[in-house]
Design a binder for this molecule. Structure first.
Ligand code: GLU
Length: 616
């Protein structure tokens, strides 16, 4: 066993570290190198003319550990390297937060398209000893100098196209993940901060095997060579990285060493910031991030959003995430509908997609919940968000009564929750395309982390600094600041504001306030549908967790409903007759969950991606 020190009570690695930064040399040449002996022929490349990541399912999961039953501790993450780093820390007596940090630093290396130092996220922490749930907001902020014109064309004032907004410095927000992890570690860490970086540094220096998923995305997402550092990283020697190659990332190793030695503040002051600010500001599509934006950044400890539904207490992240508010609205409307089909035992194996009435109710509840989400939810530090009104039982049963169980409603307008001037809110739209990662970890003391992190779209803004990719999270704002009647949209761009998110890390408690299920997923706005379906199937219908995670998703997608090919022909036919337009296609969720069963805690990794579950 390697040696490690317990965190000293007074020796916080974070607060007060501003003056003690150990800044190592950044941005040395040779970002990354691919060991040519392990690379397959370059003729394997196929370039598909699609502008954005199509998020294909992974093919390499057959032998991986997708389900794990454990008694003491458990980690489920998006990549086997990260799961191994987490379980090593757990085996050494580290807390769930320690393990989450170690895993996340590895994910930033082996799954760079999804999350990393250059992004942000949300973290739930269940403190078993104090029986307390905390939620941490590490969402990116817009530069203080940005305003609602950020994504408008100079000429006609119309919103720019998504790709134009996405690629380059303009879409980059102040990354919040490191601040959030530092704060959570200060409060709940056991192992010293610097020691949590060991595995990631070792892998970055000595190399890791490029996964099928990373290699496939590099082939399928063009414009990745649009920026030189990204081109050097993903196309060393002019070739896109191939599955099975050994990849090293010396710049990332240096960044990690800087953070390990200097603490989280090394990310918000000094040379690392200078490098990020230069990359963003000097870009052909420049952004306005400044050193001050970084020094002013604060992660926020917010009150979790919880509601008792179907005799469980469901808890998640409040605004600026729309996750918990929207998931809880859907579940509460389903409870109020009292659909007869849910008492049919055959549904336990079929799930929501196995019964047209149940699927229809799920879709209609989702449409109503999304209508409210798009109108009322935004950064609570800028907008008075009516979360309490939106989740009131009377309000939701009145909303549910609008659902016709026989046909699709023509309109699902937003409602008017109590104590709110509904006219003061205007519906906004933003595109959220799937990237992101979710991990769920339980330590030997019963503490739980449920954390979703993202750089937004696959490969973020296409800009790199210090061996990691910078986010394009600002594209989660409504590009248009006003609606057709010239009223301001809640989720418009404002300096220092956080864009609305769909990330939905959740922890569910039983009537004795003990955790029973924790989960989350990547997937942009589809995250909400993924998470709500699995919660409903496992806790209400009684389906097993592995079965539910693998079952067909049913995703509200505006005028259409997305389902997967596993859905039965009967369901497709009946839903069509009810007025739904179905779009049958892969839904690349990455649900990583733990569930308390009579045999112990069960960890489940989504079969659609390359995640694994491990524990003891
Ligand atoms: N940016 C999205 C959000 O915050 C996440 C993107 C994704 O999951 O792929 O909701």
């Amino acid at each position: 066993m390697r040696s490690w020190r317990l965190k000293s009570i007074t020796g916080s690695t974070y607060l007060g570290a501003r003056t003690a930064l150990v800044i190592l040399l950044l941005l040395t040449g040779g970002c990354c190198s691919l060991d040519a002996t392990q690379v397959k022929a370059a003729s394997d490349f196929i370039y598909v003319n699609e502008q954005l990541a199509p998020e294909p399912a992974s093919q390499i999961t057959a032998s991986a550990q997708k389900v794990k039953l454990a008694q003491d501790y458990l980690a489920v993450t998006a990549n086997p390297y990260a799961t191994a780093a987490a379980t090593k820390i757990l085996a050494e007596g580290g807390s769930a937060i320690d393990a989450a940090i170690a895993a996340q630093m590895v994910l930033g290396l082996v799954e760079p398209q999804s999350s990393g130092l250059g992004g942000g996220g949300f973290l739930l922490f269940w403190d078993a000893k104090n029986q307390q749930l905390s939620s941490y907001d590490g969402r990116e902020t817009a530069p203080l100098g940005a305003d609602e014109n950020l994504f408008l064309k100079a000429g006609d004032g119309q919103p720019v196209g998504f790709v134009e907004a996405l690629i380059g410095g303009r879409s980059v927000g102040v990354p919040g993940m490191v601040h959030m992890l530092g704060r959570a570690h200060d409060q709940h860490g056991i192992i010293e901060w610097p020691l949590l970086f060991d595995d990631a540094i070792e892998l970055a220096e000595n190399g890791f095997t490029v996964s099928e998923r990373l290699s496939t995305l590099i082939k399928k997402v063009p414009a990745l060579r649009a920026r030189p550092q990204m081109a050097r990283y993903l196309y060393p020697d002019g070739q896109g990285l191939l599955q099975g190659g050994l990849l090293k990332n010396k710049d990332y190793a240096l960044s990690l060493k800087t953070l390990a030695a200097g603490g989280p503040n090394a990310f918000y002051y000094g040379a690392m910031v200078e490098a990020m600010v230069a990359v963003v500001g000097d870009d052909a599509n420049p952004g306005q991030l400044s050193m001050r934006d970084f020094s002013q950044y604060q992660s926020v400890l917010r009150k979790p959003v919880c509601k008792i539904i179907f005799a469980y207490r469901f808890c998640g992240m409040g605004p600026p995430s729309s996750g918990a508010t929207t998931v809880l609205s859907i579940l509460a409307m389903l409870e109020s509908l009292e659909i007869e089909a849910r008492h049919n035992p055959s549904l336990v194996s079929a799930g929501v997609a196995g019964d047209a009435v149940l699927a229809h109710a799920f879709i209609e509840a989702s449409r109503l919940a999304f209508a409210d989400r798009n109108k009322y939810l935004a950064d609570p530090d800028f907008v008075s968000v009516p979360v309490v009104g939106l989740l009131e039982a009377d309000y939701l049963s009145q909303r549910a009564s609008m659902i016709d169980l026989a046909r699709r409603s023509k309109l699902t307008p937003p409602g008017s929750p109590s104590a709110v001037d509904a006219d003061a809110f205007m519906t906004g739209l933003s595109l959220e395309l799937p990237s992101t990662t979710h991990l769920t970890i339980m330590d030997a003391s019963g503490n739980i982390v449920s954390m979703t992190n993202s750089i937004e779209t696959a490969f973020g803004s296409r800009l790199m600094s210090g061996g990691f990719i910078l986010n394009n999270q600002l594209t989660d704002f409504s590009f248009a600041p006003i609606d057709a009647s010239s009223q301001k949209i809640a989720n418009r761009v404002q300096g220092g504001k956080r864009p609305l998110s769909s990330m939905s890390p959740m922890i569910v408690f039983d009537t004795k306030n003990q955790p029973v299920l924790a989960l989350g997923s990547p997937g942009g706005r589809s995250i909400i549908s993924y998470v709500a379906r699995v919660l409903y199937e496992v806790l209400v219908l009684g389906q097993s967790l592995p079965q539910s995670v693998a079952a067909s998703h049913v995703v509200e997608a505006g005028n259409k409903v997305r389902v997967e090919s596993a859905v039965s022909e009967d369901t497709v036919k009946t839903l069509g007759e009810m007025g739904h337009v179905l779009d049958v296609r892969e839904q690349t969720s990455g649900i990583h969950a733990i569930y308390k069963t009579s045999l112990g805690w069960q960890g489940v990794a989504d079969p659609r991606r390359e995640g694994t579950a491990s524990g003891q």
